[in-house]
Each structure stands twice: as C-alpha cells, then as structure tokens.
Design a protein around this ligand. Structure first.
Ligand code: ATP
Ligand code: MG
Length: 581
C-alpha cells in the first residue's frame, strides 16, 4: 500500500477530550474519529487492525469447533420478554418502535436469538453439542461512554453460544473456549490474566473473565497474596472482620441535629467523626419492585452483585427519592437502621456493620442523625427479614480465608459463562435423549470485545512518540521511509524494496508522500509500525539502508542487497516472540 493513496489524518496535538493513552493515540494516529458520544468511525489504518484481530478470533474459533453465523442486530422485544431481560437489562438496552408499532431491541448480546435457533433446529441429542458464533456490532446505551472505544455504545463483539445434552459436555466446550481465548489473546500480543467473575445480567453458574492488567482499566482484580485465587472485585469474597469489643454500659442513643448535611463526608466533617464510625443505610428497589435496605460501614462500598446473589439473582437498583422519603419518613441522606426492618421487605447487613460496637447513623428524620447506636441492641441483627452477610467490596487490608487480598486494575477483554438451562427453560429449547425423554439444552456463552483488544494493546504498548503495536495486529508490519522524495535514486530503491517485500507476503506500506523525512519518521512512530526501513542519506551512498524496530532505540545498517532478507528475519522473529514457537 502507498501512503499517498491512504486516508491517514494524523494529529500533532493531544486531543483534550481524550483521557487515556489509547484514546488519545487512536485519534492522533488517525485510526478513529468520533461520530457522537460513544460511537466511532474506524478509518483505514484503524480498520486494518480490527480486521487482523477479527481474523485471529475467527481462526481460533473455527479451530475450536465453532461455526460462524450472523444474527440480526434488530431483534423483536417479545423474544427478550420471554427471558425477562427486557427488564433486567435496564436502561442499557437500546430499543425503538417501528412503523407498525412493534418494539425492537438493538442487540447488546444474543442469547435469546441463539436459543431461538436451538428451539427451532435442535430436536435430538444426536445434534448436540453445537457451538455457533458471530462477529458483529453490538449496541449498549452505556450510562457513561468513555475512554474512546473501551466503553463505547456501539462496538464489535465476537459472541458464541453452545448447546449441550450434559453438564460434562458443557464443561468440555467451556474449557475449549477458555483455551481458545488464551490462544487468541496470546496471538493478538496482549498480556492477560484470567479471573473468576460474576455472571451479571447473563445469569448462570460459572464464569471467567479475561482481563488485560493496566493502570487505566475500569475493572479491579482482587487476588490473594499467594496468587492462588483471583477474581473480579464484583465477586471477591472477604472474611468477616473481627467483632469489636462491646462497650460496657454503652450510653443510650442520642439524636443530633445535622442540618442540611447528607453525604458521609459532610456528616463526618460536621460531627468530627471518621467514616468507619458511621453506618450507611441505602434503600434499593428490586426488579420486582420490592424495597430493601442495605447497611454497610461508612468507609465501605456496597456490592450490588453480592446483594443480587442474596436475592436469588434478582437485580436491584437505588430507589428513587420518592420511595426513600416514603420508607424513611425523611429526606434523602438521613436514612438509618432503627425501626427500618418493619418498613422494608428485607434488610441486608454487612458483617463489618454487625461487628461494630457503637455507631452513628441517620435518624429517619430530616436534619437529624443518631449517635451511640449499638447494632443488636438498637436494631436487630437477626429476624425473618434480616440477613447479615458479605455485601461489600473488598478493600485494602481485607483477607480471604486468612490470606491478604491484593488489588490490580485491568480492562475486561473477554468473558465466558456457563449458563446452564436458564434460557432454554424459559424459551423451551429442549432435546430428546436416547430414551426419548425431553430435557432443556444446557448452554454456554462466550464473548470477546474486538475493539477493546485493540485499545488495550495500545494502553500497554506505547511511548511518548506513539503506539508500539504487537506485529500480529499492527496496521502494517513494515514501513519504508524514503527521506528525500526529490531524489530519483532514493525513490527507485525504496520502490524496488517495496515490491520485493510485497512479493514475499510482507504487509508493507511505502511512505511515498512528498514530505520531509522528519515528518515521516514522526508519523511512522505515532502509528507504531513495528519495523521501519529508511532509504536515503549517507547510508545509501555507502550502499546501506537503515533498519529499525519501533520498540528499539538502536538501528542496524544493512547492505542494500540483504535488506529484504533481514526485514523478513525481523518479521519472523517478532511473530516467534508472540507465538513462543
Ligand atoms: P463491562 O462489565 O465492561 O460493561 P460486560 O461484562 O457487560 O462489560 P459482556 O457482556 O461480558 O460485557 O460482553 C463481552 C465483551 O464485550 C466484554 O468482555 C468486552 O470486551 C466487550 N464489551 C462489553 N461492553 C463494551 C463496551 N461498552 N464497549 C466496548 N466493548 C465492550
Ligand atoms: Mg463481561
């Protein structure tokens, strides 16, 4: 490919609305452009990388027995109502009404459609197992699209769905997918860790997440100090903290006026107290409209996934102002646990709250808090609708099974799930076994974010001059940079090398633009082509060309007639480092 024929609009300045390096560099290198919040256009250089990642994914999915299909991205809402996910997915589900008044979903994932296929096409155990996958656009109306393509509203996902007659068979395919994912991330040249994960809106019995460790990642990975256990913070279990020594003759509760003070920080400031001396009382509403209360210590974060587990998989979200005021008889910010159990369907109390000797809480009265609250004395720690459990996020200092917990940030690039019969039962995807008995198919699903692989490769592969791609997903493997486009000999040598490399199958770009050498070097570094050959200058007069790897500071001077061979060796070496072969 000749640069002069390509649309590569590079930018010198760092765009000020891009917070993370991958977003900044994808814009600066002319890989993407923003169309609207959370939607991006892939320009030619960017799309070459997308295609390369897609090809790696397709190759490994085919090798693992997947069959490629393509499902519609506009799906009938009725299908989603069959599984209840029209509600569970919440506001993230994009939808529209068509001209005939029919409601449609913009596919954020495709379990329902995959199960629809199983319903209609699978009759007998003889047709199982089957593993169908697609690579297509997904739409999620993310609350806060950010970090460029890392959390966008429209993105490319590889999603796969497998169906089985037995738990063992599901496990086998689950492990095949798990291993295929390892191979995919290895071949794409990104470092990854695998952690146990929550199943979220997908549901089901087991899940692993593939995460690229990186400072800017939105996910938090929690692992024990011996590294024997690792999981997403959404799932990370913590040991109950030791119960504080009870205070002998603890004083009775006392109301204190805290006018117009609401948040934990402001209450602490006003009362000269520490967050860990407070109890945070949160009012939530489940998907079937039950109001529940959740108590965590002032310095802890409530973990919605853990609460969802306790609600047998039912999702919940913060109740609105009206509900909170009704339940607590006070304005938002003054909720407290005293007398609350009678007013809500359930009270979930974190272990660390139950372990407190004495605490400050909201008074269920606008403008007031109460101090000297003793858990167990002033509000119940047991009862029909009271549950003490692990419902908070792990924090520094926590242990699990006695082992210290450590934390690392990362980007989730893929996730695999064992869904079991959840979707099959609801939609009636059954098969007949050898004895003619009917059972629901067991199901697994497996997703990879193609765009996130691209962005996470940049997050971990860049320097102050630009991107440093793994060769397998770089837009081009090699760039030829003639320094003086007016010099006929220079252009001839560059063009000959370009043809030679193209002929042997090297993915090469020839920077034939009538621009200064310095500009071309800067652009080549910004876009991050792994190997650069410079043609011109003193070297050429001595019959040598300069060959340089993007990641190295040093270059090599290679005899003109050996350059082609040397470049091929380098390309091979870079691939070998990735495959480890
Ligand atoms: P997250 O927790 O980050 O919102 P998720 O767990 O909801 O993601 P899955 O339903 O597991 O995502 O989707 C499979 C894959 O699709 C993810 O592992 C991720 O790589 C990709 N993905 C999900 N949401 C987005 C998004 N908004 N933008 C880009 N890629 C995404
Ligand atoms: Mg996920």
């Amino acid at each position: 490919m000749k640069w002069s024929k390509l649309l590569v609009p590079t930018i010198k300045e760092v765009p000020n609305d891009a917070e993370v390096p991958s977003h900044q560099l994808m814009l600066r290198a002319g890989l993407i452009r923003k169309l609207a919040s959370g939607t991006y256009i892939y320009l030619p250089m960017g799309f070459r990388t997308i295609r390369k990642i897609t090809e790696i994914v397709r190759q490994e999915m085919d090798a693992a027995g997947g069959q490629e299909v393509l499902m519609p991205s506009v799906q009938p809402m009725e299908l989603w109502a069959q599984t209840g996910r029209n509600v569970d997915y919440g506001e993230t589900l994009g939808h529209f009404t068509d001209r005939h008044g029919r409601e449609n979903v913009l596919s954020p994932t495709a379990e329902e459609v995959a199960t629809f296929i199983a319903c209609h096409e699978i009759k007998s155990y003889k047709q199982l197992p089957i593993n169908l996958y697609q690579i297509s656009f997904k739409f999620r109306d993310e609350f806060r699209p950010r970090f460029g393509v890392l959390r966008s509203r429209e993105f490319t996902m590889k999603d796969a769905y497998s169906f089985h007659a037995s738990e063992e068979c599901l496990h086998e395919t689950y492990m095949d997918m798990y291993n295929a994912y390892c191979k995919i991330f290895q071949l794409a040249g990104v470092e990854y860790v695998i952690v146990e994960a929550e199943t979220g809106e997908m549901g089901g019995s087991g899940s692993h997440q593939f995460t690229v460790p990186c400072e800017t990642g939105e996910d938090v990975i929690v692992y024990t100090e011996d590294s024997k256990y690792a999981c997403n913070i959404e799932k990370a279990p913590v040991d109950a903290v030791a119960k504080a020594e009870p205070i002998a003759d603890a004083p009775a509760i006392e109301e204190i006026r805290t006018p117009s003070v609401g948040s934990i920080e402001t209450v602490c400031e006003f009362l000269k107290a520490k967050p860990q001396e407070l109890i945070k009382t949160l009012i939530y509403k489940t998907v079937d409209d039950e109001v529940i209360a959740v108590l965590v210590r002032g310095d802890n974060e409530m973990n919605p996934e853990k609460v969802t587990q306790l609600l047998n998989g039912k999702g919940c979200e913060l109740a609105n102002e009206e509900t909170i005021e009704k339940v607590t008889s006070a304005k938002v910010g003054f909720a407290g646990p005293i007398g609350l159990a009678e007013k809500v369907a359930k009270v979930f109390i974190d272990h660390s709250v139950a372990a407190m000797a004495i605490a400050i809480t909201g008074a269920n009265k606008s403008g007031y808090h109460v101090k000297n609250v003793v858990p167990g004395r002033d509000f119940a720690l047991e009862g029909d609708n009271v549950v003490v459990a692990d419902i908070r996020n792990a924090v520094e200092g926590d242990t699990f099974e006695g082992k210290k917990l450590l934390f690392k940030r990362g980007i989730e690039v893929g996730q695999v799930f064992k869904l079991g019969a959840k979707y099959s039962k609801k939609m009636g995807a059954n098969f007949l076994d050898e004895n003619g008995k009917q059972y629901p198919c067991l199901m697994g699903c497996y997703g990879i974010g193609i765009n996130r692989i691209m962005a996470s490769a940049i997050e971990n592969g860049h320097d102050e001059n630009g991107i440093i791609w793994p060769i397998s997903i770089a837009p081009f493997e090699v760039i030829i940079t003639p320094v003086n486009h007016n010099d006929e000999e220079v252009m001839q040598v560059a063009n000959d090398l370009y043809n030679e490399l193209k002929e042997v199958g090297v993915d090469v770009i020839f920077d034939d633009r009538p621009a200064r050498g310095g500009v071309k070097f800067k652009d080549a570094d910004l876009i991050g082509i792994p190997i650069r050959v410079t043609v011109g200058g003193r070297g050429l007069k001595e019959g040598k060309l300069e060959v340089k790897m993007r990641r190295e500071a040093e270059s090599e001077n290679v005899d003109l007639d050996e350059v082609g061979l040397r470049v091929c060796q380098m390309v091979e070496q870079l691939y070998k480092e990735i495959t480890g072969e």
